[in-house]
Design a protein around this ligand. Structure first.
Ligand SMILES: [Zn+2]
Ligand SMILES: [Zn+2]
Length: 174
């Protein structure tokens, strides 16, 4: 399984399962200088363990392992850690002033196109946190990404433990 393969900004990684059951894996990162994928955990232990990617004539790719054995422990695989973050398009959230009048401190995310129910967020650092969930000691966050018209949100994987509220635009100021 490949990660970040089409992402120029991040190194390509290979998730290498230790068995068919896909319970454990090693993570190999591409080292461009050497043209090799290397196990980062082993590298930390000063061992060069990795593989080289080859392509057959029919286009099929395969890995040839280097001779060294892993000295690191394989990691437990949890598909959740590899899912792409959920995103929210610009049409489904609004930014507002805080009670003290600071712009963009408040945010509401609509639960549906009907825009009758919302989760309310407040900016802390560079993350918006769901207010009701925070009270319940759950940190459900959203990060504002992109510029101007291309703005969108990336949501944390934590699910809301709060219930969405009725949206009343009168309660919010731009
Ligand atoms: Zn390793
Ligand atoms: Zn919440």
């Amino acid at each position: 399984m490949f990660l970040n393969r089409d992402d120029e900004t991040k190194p390509t990684k290979i998730i290498l399962f230790t068995s068919e059951t896909k319970e454990f894996y090693y993570e190999l990162r591409y080292v461009a200088l050497e043209g090799l994928f290397k196990c980062h955990s082993c590298l930390k232990l000063k061992k060069h363990v990795g593989a080289k990617l080859y392509k057959k004539k029919n286009g099929e790719e395969y890995l040839m392992h280097l001779e060294n054995e892993h000295v690191c422990e394989p990691k437990k695989y949890d598909a959740l850690n590899f899912e792409k973050p959920k995103t929210v398009p610009k049409s489904m959230f609004e930014l507002y002033q805080s009670a003290k009048g600071v712009a963009n401190k408040r945010m509401v995310i609509f639960t549906s196109e009907m825009k009758d129910l919302i989760y309310e967020y407040s900016l802390t650092g560079n993350l918006y946190c769901c207010l009701e969930c925070t009270k319940l000691k759950k940190y459900v966050t959203a990060k504002l990404m992109g510029e101007n018209e291309d703005k969108y949100l990336e949501l944390s994987k934590t699910e809301h433990v709060c219930k969405p509220k009725k949206y009343n635009p009168k309660n919010f100021k731009k």
